[in-house]
Design a protein around this ligand. Structure first.
Ligand SMILES: [Zn+2]
Ligand SMILES: [Zn+2]
Length: 200
């Protein structure tokens, strides 16, 4: 499913049979009700064939596989503490997190501060204005509010690659705002962005 060497996910494609894409090619992530071990997300991704296709991803593939961490790992974002770690597989990632480095981060606009995050908190992604820019709608794991950042592809695709500064839409979104990718693209085009530093 996730290939750590290529940092890509493998999905089925009606035209090619099989295709692989980085996380930044995901367009929508939606948690499926019910399943909790693992939690499963229905995703829509932009395929190299030019079409958008659906796929399913477990939270282990979404949040842990890119770090080389297996099942049985738990990182508590509320306390910023690593509570249980697969010692062998993810030793390097665990050490970096222990030293205060975060694999992914975003700027929470309502809280006015950067926050650590995992990809399962991303729910909409779309190409954004600037070159190499990707618009990212995130549900904050700490306060539950929605923020929109514009980041680089590497910021999304490569764990521990955090942009020094990100674009932030200065708007407090209702929790049920940005329901569709079309709404999100319209917001990205009409909104103004402010640059915020992303030092945790
Ligand atoms: Zn395709
Ligand atoms: Zn927040």
């Amino acid at each position: 499913m996730y290939d750590a060497l290529k940092a890509r996910y493998t999905f089925g494609c009606p035209a090619r049979g099989e295709t692989s894409v980085p996380l930044s090619s995901f367009r929508r992530l939606e948690r499926l009700p019910g399943a909790s071990h693992p939690v499963v997300y229905r995703v829509a991704f932009e395929c190299p064939c030019g079409e958008e296709h659906p796929g399913l991803v477990g939270d282990d593939d979404l949040d842990w596989a890119p770090l080389g961490l297996g099942a049985g790992t738990f990182l508590n974002l509320m306390t910023d503490r690593l509570e249980r770690v697969d010692a062998e597989l993810g030793a390097a990632a665990a050490r970096r997190i222990g030293e205060g480095e975060w694999p992914w981060s975003f700027f929470c606009y309502p809280e006015c501060r950067p926050r650590p995050v995992f990809p399962s908190s991303f729910f909409l992604l779309a190409a954004a204005g600037r070159a190499d820019g990707i618009g990212l709608a995130v549900r904050c794991p700490a306060c539950g509010s929605v923020s929109v950042n514009v980041v680089s592809h590497a910021h999304v695709d490569l764990p521990f690659h955090n942009d020094g500064a990100v674009g932030v839409i200065e708007h407090v979104f209702a929790t049920d705002a940005l329901r569709t990718i079309e709404e999100f693209r319209a917001e990205l085009h009409s909104a103004s962005f402010d640059a915020r530093r992303l030092l945790l």
